[in-house]
Design a protein around this ligand. Structure first.
Ligand SMILES: Nc1ncnc2c1ncn2[C@@H]1O[C@H](COP(=O)(O)OP(=O)(O)OP(=O)(O)O)[C@@H](O)[C@H]1O
Ligand SMILES: [Mg+2]
Length: 265
């Protein structure tokens, strides 16, 4: 933590996707490192109730997790882990999978925890599950910004489209930020975002009477260094900070800093 006694409330961003395995956890953890490097206090939270695999990616062996807080066995502060990337992590713990039915008790617990975390951080990144389950939609509802990760594959894009439709209709979201991961060529992400926007304008905005705006926020190229860092259980931003994917994540952090984090509330 670099800033003390900040009265501002944390900016909460959900990192979500339509299809699984598109890079949410990779983006969450490395984006957190890049935002922390810019001088902000950052927490990444496993909002996939134990399935985000943040512990595996970051090589962490937590003794206590959110599950213990829910069970009344630990204080929230005891479960927060500092990472070599300069940001903190809050893991759900595998026991939390039982809560995927999302009862009102679980919702209340989550809301209480978010409230306690707000004054401690400038940015909270929620690494959510894929798709449109109750848990994912609930986690996304806690965020002021939605970062939707998709790859250029047609299956990922159709699932992204389905997710955008649900977020627009159920949560009345008017803006969703697009991150296109594993791109092959410069400009791919922007072109994909424009195409998706056209389909939304035609079939969703008219039908629902709302204008949903997709904001192309960043592209991350397909890069062999990503797999190498994951195999070594290290952050890409520390392992190979100069590789194309790491540079793209630094750019993304800069953009979010200017557009969201440092913008006065
Ligand atoms: N830019 C990239 N270049 C190359 N490989 C990548 C890139 N981004 C992600 N990958 C690969 O995709 C895999 C899946 O990434 P990750 O675990 O972050 O996805 P996820 O969306 O969190 O999955 P889940 O839906 O299961 O939570 C990584 O282990 C990595 O091998
Ligand atoms: Mg994940």
């Amino acid at each position: 933590m670099t800033k003390q006694n900040s009265k501002a409330v944390a900016k909460v961003m959900a990192i979500t996707s339509g299809k699984g395995g598109v890079g949410k956890t990779f983006v969450s953890s490395n984006l957190a490192a890049a935002i922390a490097k810019r001088g902000h206090r950052v927490l990444v939270m496993d909002a996939d109730l134990g399935l985000a695999n943040l512990d595996v990616v970051l090589n962490l062996y937590p003794k206590l997790t959110l599950h213990d807080v829910f069970m009344g066995k630990a204080q929230l502060q005891e479960c927060i882990i500092k990472t070599p990337g300069g940001f903190d992590v809050l893991l759900a713990g595998s026991g939390l999978v039982e809560y995927s039915r999302l009862t009102s008790g679980v919702r209340d617990d989550f809301l209480r925890i978010m409230e306690a975390l707000h004054p401690l951080y400038d940015v909270i990144l929620l690494d959510t599950g894929a798709g449109i389950s109750d848990v994912v939609l609930f986690a996304v509802s806690l965020a002021s910004e939605v970062l939707l990760v998709a790859t250029p594959e047609p299956t990922s894009l159709t699932d992204a489209y389905a997710t955008i439709k649900v977020l627009t209709s159920q949560q009345k979201r008017q803006q969703i930020r697009m991150i296109i991961n594993q791109t092959a060529r410069l400009g791919d992400g922007r072109a994909i975002t424009v195409q998706l926007q056209q389909v939304l304008d035609r079939f969703v905005s008219k039908a629902q009477g709302v204008n949903i705006k997709l904001v192309h926020t960043g592209d991350i190229p397909s890069d062999p260094s990503v797999k190498m860092a994951i195999m070594r259980r290290q952050l890409l931003m520390l392992n190979t900070p100069g590789c194309p994917a790491a540079l793209a994540i630094s750019q993304l952090a800069l953009k979010l800093d200017e557009a969201v984090i440092s913008r006065s509330a």
